[in-house]
Design a protein around this ligand. Structure first.
Ligand code: OSB
Ligand code: MG
Length: 372
C-alpha cells in the first residue's frame, strides 16, 4: 500500500460527567483522529486511527498538540516516502523518531485499518482473537465524597459492569475503598488506580488497602519507578499492576523480571501501537502474568479496536472497555453497548465501526491536512 493522503481531525466530545483522576479533571474528551488514504492493489482505501494523547502532559510526557506537530513535521513525511507500507512495518519506518508512542500508534491504527479493509478482514481475526465478546469493566473517577463514591459505584454495579476500578489519590483512598466494600460486599471484582500519585514512603499507608480484597493496585508510584514498584510489591499482598511504567515490551520484560508487576494493564496507545502491544501480551502470557486491556476514554473507534484486541487469550481479566454511554451521550461512531457485563466485538472489516460524517463535523474543532 502507498500512503496518498493524511488528515488529522481534532475533535472535542462532551463527557456525561467530569472524570477526575489523581492528576486532572476532564469535562470533555479532546483528541485527534487520523484519516489516511492509500493506493492498494485493490484500489483506494481509507483507514482511521485515534490518538490517546491527552491535552496536557499529566498522564504521559506526550500531549495532543505535540502529537499533531510531531506527525506533521516528522512522522508523516517518513510514511509518505514508503512505497510498500504495511501495518507490520509502520514501527520500523518510524524507528529513528524517539519516544512518542501515542502519535505512532494513531498512525499505525490507520495503516492497520486500511490493510484490513483491503483484505476484507476484521481486526479480531487479524490479531488472533478467540472470543466474540469481552468482559466490560468501568473506571470510576475520584468523587467529591465517600457517599457519592458509593452511590456512583452502586449505579455501575446495577448496570451490570463486570468489574469496578476506582481512582484513588492521597486523601481519597482507604475510606472510599472501605465504604464501597462495606456497601456492596466482597463478592465483586474491585481494583484501584493511583495514576502515580504516591511514593515509596507511603508504603505503610498503601498496605492498609490489603484489608479489602482488591484484585490489584494499579500504578501507585511514578512512571520511572519500576524498581520501587518491585519493593512495594514485596510489602503488599494486593497484586501490583503497572500502567504508566509499561512504555514498551522491553519495559514490560524488565518489570516482570524485577517482580514489579504481577498483572499488566495493556494500552496499545502507550506502547506505540497494537503490534508492540501484542508482543507484551505474548511476553506476559509466556511468564504467566495476566493482562487486561486499559482505556484512555476512547471514542467509538478506539473502543471498537480495543475490544477486538482484548479477545486475545491472555486477556483474562475484565478491561477498561465500558459502553460508550459511560463517557458520551453522542459519539462519532455507532455506540459500543455494554450488556450483561460484556461488550460485543464489532465483526466487520477493519475496526468494524464507521465514522459518521455529520457527527465528525459537529465535534471537529480543527482539521490538519498533512498531504504533501
Ligand atoms: O490510568 O487507566 C488510566 C483514563 C485516562 C488516562 C489514564 C487512565 C484512564 C482511565 C479510563 O482509567 C479508562 C477508560 O477509558 O475507561
Ligand atoms: Mg491507569
Amino acid at each position: 500500500m502507498k500512503l496518498t493522503s493524511l488528515r488529522l481531525h481534532q475533535i472535542q466530545l462532551p463527557l456525561v460527567s467530569p472524570f477526575t483522576t489523581s492528576f486532572m479533571t476532564e469535562t470533555e474528551k479532546d483528541c485527534y483522529l487520523v484519516e489516511a488514504g492509500f493506493d492498494t492493489p485493490n484500489g483506494p482505501v481509507t483507514g482511521w486511527g485515534e490518538s490517546v494523547a491527552m491535552v496536557a502532559p499529566l498522564y504521559s510526557a506526550e500531549y495532543m498538540d505535540q502529537g499533531i506537530d510531531l506527525t506533521r513535521r516528522f512522522l508523516a513525511p517518513l510514511l509518505f516516502e514508503v512505497e510498500d507500507l504495511t501495518a507490520e512495518t509502520v514501527g520500523w519506518h518510524l524507528r529513528h523518531i524517539i519516544g512518542n508512542p501515542m502519535a505512532k500508534h494513531a498512525l499505525e491504527m490507520a495503516v492497520i485499518e486500511a490493510q484490513l479493509k483491503m483484505r476484507g478482514q476484521s481486526f479480531k481475526e487479524y490479531m488472533g482473537g478467540v472470543v466474540d465478546t469481552v468482559p466490560s469493566g468501568v473506571s470510576v473517577g475520584i468523587q467529591d465524597s465517600v457517599e457519592q463514591t458509593v452511590k456512583v459505584i452502586g449505579e455501575y454495579l446495577e448496570e451490570g459492569y463486570s468489574r469496578i476500578k476506582l481512582k484513588i489519590k492521597p486523601g481519597a483512598d482507604i475510606e472510599p475503598v472501605a465504604a464501597v466494600r462495606k456497601a456492596f460486599g466482597d463478592d465483586f471484582l474491585f481494583q484501584v488506580d493511583a495514576n502515580a500519585a504516591y511514593t515509596l514512603v507511603d508504603a505503610n499507608h498503601l498496605k492498609r488497602l490489603d484489608d479489602y480484597g482488591l484484585l490489584l493496585i494499579e500504578q501507585p508510584l511514578g512512571e520511572a519507578d519500576i524498581r520501587q514498584h518491585a519493593e512495594l510489591a514485596k510489602l503488599m499482598d494486593t497484586p501490583m499492576c503497572l500502567d504508566e511504567s509499561i512504555v514498551s515490551a522491553e519495559a514490560a520484560a524488565d518489570a516482570i523480571s524485577l517482580g514489579a508487576t504481577s498483572v499488566i494493564n495493556i494500552k496499545p496507545g502507550r506502547v506505540g501501537g497494537y503490534i508492540e502491544a501484542k508482543k507484551i501480551h505474548d511476553l506476559a502470557r509466556a511468564h504467566g502474568v495476566a493482562v487486561w486491556h486499559g482505556g484512555m476514554v476512547e471514542t467509538g473507534l478506539g473502543r471498537a479496536a480495543n475490544a477486538a484486541f482484548a479477545t486475545l487469550p491472555g486477556f483474562t481479566l475484565p478491561g477498561d472497555i465500558s459502553g460508550s454511554k459511560r463517557f458520551f451521550t453522542e459519539d462519532i461512531t455507532e455506540e459500543i453497548v455494554m450488556h450483561d457485563g460484556v461488550v460485543d466485538v464489532p465483526q466487520g472489516p477493519g475496526f468494524g465501526v464507521t465514522i459518521d460524517p455529520a457527527k465528525l463535523e459537529k465535534f471537529t474543532v480543527a482539521t490538519h491536512d498533512l498531504t504533501p
